[in-house]
Design a protein around this ligand. Structure first.
Ligand SMILES: *[C@@H]1O[C@H](CO)[C@@H](O)[C@H](O)[C@H]1NC(C)=O
Ligand SMILES: *[C@@H]1O[C@H](CO)[C@@H](O)[C@H](O)[C@H]1NC(C)=O
Length: 338
């Protein structure tokens, strides 16, 4: 067996092990039926709940995309779903799974995003995470990554934890990004109640290779499936300043989730293999990194001043050898997206 394949296999087995053993113990939180927790956002004819109400399909066809949102807003929370993305040719298509309160606070909204960027066949899917607080839309905080698996083959769990102190994005219960609140961030750290949203839409103008590959409706409908939806937070009136007593207990519970040393190392591992853009290293955009950035001098060297990974194959191979592991991102060396 090729060395590369061998290590990929080991990594995959490790991932499978982590995801199967930890899901119930880490987050023993019950799921909510689609029809109980959510309402249509747009494209209602393209929203298909399953007969048992546990799952829902969103379709995008030549007429419209579609989307849903939670009926309630939550004062902090843990939000999660198992998602299976559209397969085959998906260039130009974006699936977003995010929290926001933009419907209520148009100019001062908060938002936490997973955005999956469609692709041409045979190439790895990419996705980004982002954060806005109090309408900070001119301060994007994107990170972009490759997915270590084909997200259209099986369901995978994508989760967002939002507490008063930190924000964690997870894939299959492995943390992939943590933002720790500090005072300097001010209102850029989301603080007002948010709802959970999911959408599929045509973003041909930018999603794939900066618009080079557009959506092709020969492959429609594009179908994304959601199941095991989790809305674990304190339902709150966004205009109510006082946090209800019932919320305090939830806050305490959320605060205990935290990151264990083992998870921290899994997160580091994921980021070193799959992250290919970080705003924290984009010095053209942010000459001084935003206050929550933890700039690691070793990582700094891996990124250009644009925050993009240096695809220097020779360098990466040498580095991979030294560490005794293969860099996953190296397989995607030809696949610049902008
Ligand atoms: C998860 O919660 C259920 C009910 O809330 C409980 O019966 C079960 O024992 C819990 N499982 C774990 C692993 O904590
Ligand atoms: C949020 O933004 C609004 C409008 O820009 C501003 O007036 C307000 O002071 C900000 N809130 C905080 C807590 O900084």
């Amino acid at each position: 067996m090729e060395k590369l394949q061998f290590y990929s296999l080991i990594f995959l087995l490790l991932l499978l092990h982590v995801s199967s053993s930890s899901s119930s113990s880490l987050f023993n939180i019950s799921t909510i039926p689609f029809t109980t927790g959510f309402t249509p956002l747009f494209g209602e004819p393209n929203i298909f709940p399953s007969l048992d109400h546990q799952s829902v399909q969103l379709h995008l066809n030549q007429y419209t995309g579609s989307g849903f949102k939670s009926s309630d807003l939550y004062n902090h929370g843990f939000f999660s779903a198992k998602i299976k993305l559209p397969s085959d040719y998906t260039a130009g298509i974006v699936v977003a799974f995010y929290t926001t309160n933009g419907d209520i606070f148009r100019k001062t909204h908060d938002e936490l995003d997973f955005e999956f960027l469609g692709n041409i066949r045979g190439k790895a899917w990419r996705f980004q995470t982002n954060m806005y607080g109090n309408g900070s839309t001119n301060r994007g905080r994107e990170e972009r990554y490759y997915l270590p698996f084909d997200p259209s083959k099986h369901f995978h769990t994508y989760s967002i934890l939002w507490t008063t102190n930190n924000i964690i994005f997870y894939i299959d219960d492995v943390p992939i990004r943590e933002i720790v609140r500090n005072d300097e961030m001010g209102a850029d750290f989301p603080s007002k109640p948010m709802g959970l949203y999911a959408t599929i839409w045509d973003a041909s103008d930018w999603a794939t290779s900066g618009g080079k590959y557009r959506a092709n409706y020969k492959y429609a409908p594009f179908v994304v499936e959601f199941t095991d939806l989790v809305l674990h937070g304190c339902p709150a009136d966004p205009l109510e300043e006082v946090v209800a007593a019932a919320c305090a207990q939830r806050h305490d519970q959320l605060a205990t989730i935290g990151i264990t040393p083992k998870q921290k190392s899994a997160m580091k591992n994921f980021r070193s293999k799959y992250m290919y853009y970080s705003y924290c290293y984009d010095t053209l955009r942010y000459p001084a990194p935003p206050p929550e950035c933890v700039v690691d001098p070793v990582e700094r060297q891996l990124f250009k001043e644009t925050g993009r990974l240096k695809f220097d194959d020779k360098h990466r191979r040498r580095r991979a050898k030294k560490r005794g592991q293969v860099m996953g991102a190296r397989n995607y060396g030809n696949q610049e997206d902008e």
